[in-house]
Design a protein around this ligand. Structure first.
Ligand code: COA
Length: 278
């Protein structure tokens, strides 16, 4: 029994933030469509993207096109999609993972701060999905995977901006799945919990919570890692999920069911961050 428990709850290999893995044990068939596919990576900072693309090309031997995009500006997405199609010929999968977040109590959150997160997370997901659908998926089909969060399920403290934005995205997943299913487009979502080695983990007090032992209250008793989220995304993106659309796959070790929604503790993390900024 103990051995079985270890098998089902052992974290796979992972690597530090912004690095590629040195070794990887396939858990799906190595020739599953998406393993080693050509990629386009897009964000606002071309310098960081170019650096990341170099690492990906060297680790995978595949093409990786870095393109500067602000998901709040549809014209930048249109230009990026046109460039991608010109260079790579087709687009099969869209992963919407642009997000902005920080801890902040509602009383300190400015109108612009709330709007900024809504614009990046919700408008960004809509803008990108719509441009790619209109320019390619409408006629060729495709698979969209949105990266969400469980924050809105219980009204997580200090997270009204991101929780509201991701809740809208979860609804969008279902709406788009319904409207675009007949064109052969599947639309699904992965909702991660605390994932080590990520910007979100750093910004939202992940390390502090881990050090304080808070993750022992998670049913699987630990934070997740990036490889585990990659596996969840790969499942939904690939033909392994050929009859799955409009689904939200929570990959959080059961965290949202049991984790403390501890306003005082999060206010403490928020105040400490503010002091660091000064
Ligand atoms: N707490 C409270 N308000 C904050 C904040 C924080 N930590 N960081 C930014 N804001 C507010 C700003 O004060 C501003 O509001 P104001 O004009 O009323 O002062 C508003 O948010 C927009 O900030 P700005 O820095 O101009 O926006 P941006 O578009 O350059 O950056 C963010 C967007 C704020 C989301 C930024 O944190 C970001 O780019 N994040 C991307 C990466 C990320 O968050 N990853 C983690 C995902 S979990």
């Amino acid at each position: 029994m103990a051995k079985k428990a270890q098998l089902v709850n052992t974290a796979p290999e992972d690597i530090d933030i912004d690095e590629c893995m040195n070794s990887y044990t396939h858990i799906y068939s190595p020739d599953l469509l998406q393993h080693g596919c050509d990629t386009v990576i897009a964000s606002r900072n071309l310098e960081k993207l170019t650096e990341a693309a170099k690492k990906l090309i060297s680790a995978t031997g595949r093409r990786c096109l870095p393109i500067a995009v602000d998901v709040r500006k549809p014209e930048t997405i249109t230009a990026a999609v046109e460039e991608s199609l010109k260079t790579l010929g087709h687009i099969d999968i869209l992963i919407n993972n642009a997000a902005g977040n920080f801890l902040c109590p509602v009383t300190s959150l400015s109108f612009n701060a709330f709007r900024t997160v809504m614009e990046i997370d919700t408008m960004g997901t809509f803008n990108t999905s719509k441009v790619i659908y209109d320019k390619w998926f409408k006629d060729h089909g495709g698979s969209i995977v949105n990266i969400s969060a469980t924050l809105g399920y219980r009204g997580q403290a200090l997270q009204v901006h991101a929780g509201s934005a991701k809740a809208a995205n979860d609804a969008m997943t279902r709406h788009l799945a319904v409207e675009w299913g007949p064109s052969g487009v599947r639309v699904n979502t992965v909702a991660p919990g605390p994932i080590s080695g990520t910007e979100g983990y750093r910004r939202l007090g992940g390390q502090i919570a881990e050090t304080a032992g808070a993750y022992r209250s998670i049913p699987l008793q630990r934070a997740g890692n990036k490889t585990e989220i990659a596996h969840a995304v790969l499942y939904l993106a690939s033909h392994a999920a050929s009859y799955v659309t409009g689904a939200i796959l929570v990959a959080d070790g059961g965290a949202w069911l049991t984790s403390a929604n501890d306003v005082e503790q999060l206010l403490g993390v928020w105040s400490a961050e503010k002091r660091k900024d000064k």
